[in-house]
Design a protein around this ligand. Structure first.
Ligand code: SF4
Length: 433
């Protein structure tokens, strides 16, 4: 039985217990959240060695890192290194988005080495297989798509992005409305090409029950993808995006009814003043299903620094109730990320997630900041380093320009903390919070 089915029966599973322990919450709260569908625990029966992670209401905002080969760069060892770096930097989940080389064997290696939950976008493998065997994605059959989904589920993939909301109707609306950057989702683009060429409905929508059967069999969490997501801020919150979201809300109902765990993906590129509305709309239309946002990037001009544009949007989205952030790396829009990009991307997203958690009142979030503030007041450099998101980096930066005194080299002898404590002999009491 899936986590959802067990939760509904009143069972607290070992996975729910592990999530409760990590989050320092009552196991009953986790069970109730899973039963209601506001929390998911992506945990495929076949993913050995998985440390379960909960995503959803009342929990710490989670961070996903995308890794994977491309048609230009295929080296499984580098992808395994990226997996290691992402986990070391604190990623809660990793998606294998490989599109180059032997995709199944790369995925199996990643799964075998990953204690965090692994997600994929099965249409990539299906589409690339069709190109290799039949010369074009449009030659894919519905069976090809479902065969790949079943293969990935059997391998132990914990969650799959499935663009079920890319329908003929959504495409017609997109064409009628027009857009600056049309479609930027790879999976969405594959499916739109297929739908238009074959003049048929999206098999993931038309045969959604078939998808539910596979998900139920292995307890794969569905991550309903946003194939119509805006690829620039001018396209944000348009009719095609919202039509897809309405469809996804209906599919959430059907997944829950079938006992399948489900979350919903969101944009994309969104100006700051539209982020909260996007989160509220998703929560309302999808009846509280966990929301997984890709960034969102708050401007289109941050090339080389899109981990920052993504983190700004991610913080606002998390504060508004988003549950899961997909990282953005400095390489976004420019090339395949390297190891350092992966590290930077995860840290930037974790800052965004934590900033959101402070506002959400997540257990332990503000206490972490308070501990850091106390260490700053004491000029306790060792504790400050330990409490940093990236202690190694904090240590390096602090040591780069050493100071002869107890303060840091920024203000040296004129350190405000030191002046107040020593020169003015003012005993500032520690805040009681
Ligand atoms: S020297 Fe300046 S920057 Fe450094 S700890 Fe003191 S007040 Fe802060």
């Amino acid at each position: 039985m899936t986590q959802l089915e067990l939760a509904r029966k009143g069972t607290i599973t070992p996975q729910m217990l592990a999530v409760a322990k990590n989050e320092r919450l009552d196991p009953g709260f986790i069970r109730q959240g899973v039963a209601d569908g506001t929390i998911v625990i992506p945990a495929n029966f076949n993913h050995k060695g998985l440390a379960p992670c909960g995503i959803g209401k009342g929990l710490r905002t989670k961070v996903n890192a995308n890794i994977g080969t491309s048609s230009d760069y295929v080296d499984v060892n580098i992808e395994l290194e990226k997996l290691k770096v992402a986990i070391e930097a604190g990623a809660d989940a990793v998606m294998d988005l490989s599109t180059g080389g032997d995709i199944p064997s790369i995925r199996r290696e990643i799964l075998a080495h990953s204690p965090v939950c692994i997600g994929t976008v099965p249409i990539y493998q299906a589409g690339i297989k069709a190109i290799r065997h039949h010369g074009a994605i449009v030659k894919l059959s519905a069976d090809d798509i479902f065969d790949v989904i079943e293969e990935q589920a059997r391998d132990g993939v914990d969650f799959v992005t499935v663009h079920c909301g890319v329908t003929q109707s959504a495409i017609a609306r997109l064409k009628q409305q027009g857009r600056m950057t049309d479609i930027v989702s790879r999976g969405g683009a594959f499916l739109i090409g297929w739908i238009l060429h074959n003049e048929r409905e999206n098999p993931l929508f038309e045969q959604y029950d078939r998808l539910l059967e596979i998900a139920l069999k292995y307890d794969v969490t569905l991550s309903l993808g946003d194939g119509m997501r805006p690829g620039c801020i001018s396209d944000a919150t348009d009719r095609s995006q919202i039509e897809e979201l309405v469809t996804l809300g209906e599919l959430v109902d059907r997944a829950r009814k079938a006992g399948v765990q489900v979350m919903v993906e969101g944009p994309g590129h969104v100006p700051i003043d539209q982020i909260e509305a996007n989160v509220k709309l998703q929560k309302s239309l999808c009846k509280g299903a966990p929301f997984y946002v890709l960034g969102p990037l708050v401007t289109d001009i941050g090339a080389g620094y899109d981990h920052i544009t993504g983190a700004i949007g991610g913080a606002i989205a998390a504060a508004a109730g988003t549950d899961f952030l997909c990282y953005v790396t400095p390489s976004e829009h420019l090339g395949l990320p390297d190891l350092e990009d992966v590290r930077e991307g995860v840290i930037a997203s974790r800052i965004a997630a934590h900033a959101g958690d402070i506002v959400k009142g997540v257990q332990g979030a503000i206490e972490w900041d308070r501990e850091m503030s106390r260490a700053r007041k004491r000029l306790d450099w060792e504790s400050q380093v330990k409490l940093s998101l990236n202690p190694e980096r904090a240590k390096q930066v602090h040591a780069r320009h050493s100071s002869s005194g107890v303060a840091c080299s920024m203000c040296g002898d004129f350190c405000a903390m030191k002046v107040v404590e020593e020169a003015l002999h003012v005993n500032v009491p520690a805040a009681k919070c």
